[in-house]
Design a protein around this ligand. Structure first.
Ligand code: ZN
Length: 108
């Protein structure tokens, strides 16, 4: 499901080509600042049925195309876009993006 946000993230990165954290290096990653990507997809998932998902995937040729793109106008696409619009994105360079990952520490 992560691929579904790629066009949105790519568009965001085009508009914010410099890292928003350090303001120096070129942005290479778009990070979901808030809510997290998992929260976002979970909230969309709650609103769609299995048949919505099957329908969405039905026309997709997995072998011909590398990145999955949700069909324009599909229920899932609309829900995803709605939720994604409310999300805060950040364009980050590699170093800053890595530091967001390091910031998440798991207790053992
Ligand atoms: Zn940076």
């Amino acid at each position: 499901m992560r691929d579904r946000s790629e066009p949105i993230k790519a568009a965001y990165r085009e508009m914010h080509s410099v890292c928003e954290r350090c303001g120096i290096q070129a942005a290479e990653e778009v990070h979901h600042e808030r809510p997290t990507f998992v929260t976002l997809t979970d909230s969309v998932r709650l609103l769609v049925t299995d048949s919505d998902i099957a329908d969405c995937l039905a026309d997709w040729n997995w072998f011909a195309q590398d990145n999955f793109v949700v069909p324009e106008g599909h229920k899932i696409t609309r829900l995803f876009d709605q939720h994604h619009q409310g999300a805060t994105l950040q364009s980050l360079c590699k170093d800053c993006h890595n530091s967001t990952k390091k910031g998440v520490k798991h207790k053992q």
